[in-house]
Ligand binder design. Structure first.
Ligand SMILES: Cc1cc2nc3c(=O)[nH]c(=O)nc-3n(C[C@H](O)[C@H](O)[C@H](O)COP(=O)(O)O)c2cc1C
Length: 237
């Protein structure tokens, strides 16, 4: 999937008044994905979320930093460390820092998150992509470029999860192209303690449920009692 939907949403006050009560009724953990255009945005948002009845915050650092030439916050060690440490001061809840894959060395921003006190990192966000209609010669997306996700990005994501698992000691939430249990197991072998699913939900809204079933089948087949036993257990050639 190549998307350019942006991060439009009704805002944190609306979310807390209308969406959160519904989510709290679903018997699931609620982790809020937070984004901003300046460090002050992230801090203000997390001050509000700190008082909300939620289980944690995931900082989306793929957003352009308007005060730093619109380069994404998550592209450098320093950028990630600065925004994460400022948010850490106002947020007592579990803090996950979500990393962008549009970098040369993913371990540097991951270390920035760890050094600033993040409880976990999640990766990967979408890869910057572009697609052109050869008849009109115009890019398909009105924004010209967009974020690539789904099965096509999985090998990139698995490689980055592995690299980050070798570089930091905090847990990793892995994602990027997961559509079944086998995909999820692959991420866990690479070093992810948990996984998440984005684009797969557009193919089939039951993807998450089926992925859980698939993980259970894998565990039965390989006599694994505790799924944590496979985390990071890839045997490199
Ligand atoms: C339609 C769409 C909207 C997304 N919105 C967000 C977002 O608001 N915040 C964020 O951190 N990532 C967002 N992502 C990225 C996904 O959470 C995920 O990191 C990425 O797509 C790779 O996983 P996947 O292949 O399972 O989708 C979005 C992805 C898609 C496809």
């Amino acid at each position: 999937m190549l998307n350019s939907i942006g991060l439009q949403n009704p805002g944190v006050e609306y979310f807390m008044e209308y969406d959160l009560p519904w989510l709290k009724n679903q018997d699931v953990a609620v982790i809020v994905n937070a984004c901003g255009s300046t460090i002050e945005d992230y801090v203000e948002l997390c001050k509000i979320l700190n008082k909300a009845d939620i289980d944690g915050v995931e900082l989306n650092l793929s957003c352009p930093n308007v005060k730093a030439g619109c380069l994404a916050f998550g592209t450098t060690y320093e950028g990630v460390k600065e925004v994460t440490s400022k948010v850490r001061k106002v947020l007592d809840k579990p803090l996950i820092v979500k990393l962008t894959p549009n970098v040369t060395d993913i371990t540097l921003p991951a270390k920035g998150a760890e050094d600033a006190g993040a409880d976990a990192v999640s990766l990967i966000n979408t890869l910057l992509g572009m697609s052109i209609n050869i008849n009109t010669r115009k890019p398909y997306l009105a924004n010209n470029t967009g974020g690539l996700s789904g099965p096509a990005v999985k090998p990139v994501a698995v490689r980055m999860v592995y690299q980050v698992s070798q570089a930091v000691n905090i847990p990793i939430l892995g994602m990027g192209g997961i559509i079944n249990g086998n995909d999820a197991v692959e991420f866990m072998l690479a070093g992810a303690s948990a996984v998440s699913i984005g684009a797969g939900n557009f193919i089939d809204p039951y993807t998450s449920v089926n992925t859980v079933k698939g993980i259970e089948e894998y565990m039965k087949k390989h006599n694994i009692e505790n799924i944590n036993d496979i985390v990071g257990k890839v045997e490199m050639n």
